[in-house]
Design a protein around this ligand. Structure first.
Ligand code: HEM
Length: 157
């Protein structure tokens, strides 16, 4: 319950500015793992990460990701109601990751989502400043890991 309060309070202002915060998150993501850029079929329309992140298709995906986070935050009391949505989303991302070596595919996508999680924490830290505390970090990690588990169930099927 305390976790939920920490998440809701911190998301209140961030959630109002999804795109700029999403850009901070994805800038960090492509810094941590530039190869992720190539998983977006439309990455051929741009060169380097900063340029890609200002292109409409990338901005759209950034917005989609932020909307999923927003949905998770507003369903903290019943995250399981997002199960079908998230497992379908996982299945779609399995297809995105197909380019990787097939028998390591699942662990690769899981690793990728871990890097996404790190980028999410980075974004929270840089926008919350001193309000980014250890319990807050842990609360977000817990929620994110529930989201990732639900997505993972989509490609286990
Ligand atoms: C769709 C890539 C992580 C949410 C897509 C698409 C690609 C993609 C290529 C299809 C094209 C598009 O709609 O832009 C990736 C990669 C990721 C990643 C490479 C990480 C390494 C995430 C995460 C979330 C997310 C963490 C949310 C928690 C979505 C949504 C869609 C989407 C909502 C639209 C699905 C639909 O069309 O029904 N992603 N994605 N993505 N992604 Fe991601």
């Amino acid at each position: 319950e305390k976790d939920k309060g920490l998440i809701r309070d911190s998301w209140e202002s961030l959630g109002k500015n999804k795109v700029p915060h999403g850009i901070v998150m994805f800038t960090r993501l492509f810094e941590l793992d530039p190869a992720l850029l190539t998983l977006f079929s439309y990455s051929t329309n741009c060169g380097v990460a900063p340029e890609c992140l200002s292109s409409p298709q990338f901005l759209e995906h950034v917005t989609k990701v932020m909307l999923v986070i927003d949905a998770a935050v507003s369903h903290l009391d019943d995250l399981h109601s997002l199960e079908d949505f998230l497992s379908n989303l996982g299945r779609k991302h399995q297809a995105v990751g197909v380019k990787t070596h097939h028998n390591t595919q699942t662990s690769k996508m899981t690793m990728r989502l871990t890097v996404v999680g790190e980028s999410l924490l980075y974004m929270l830290q840089s926008s919350l400043g001193p309000a980014y505390t250890t319990p807050l970090r842990q609360a977000w990690l817990n929620m994110y890991s529930i989201v990732v588990s639900a997505m993972t169930r989509g490609w286990a099927k």
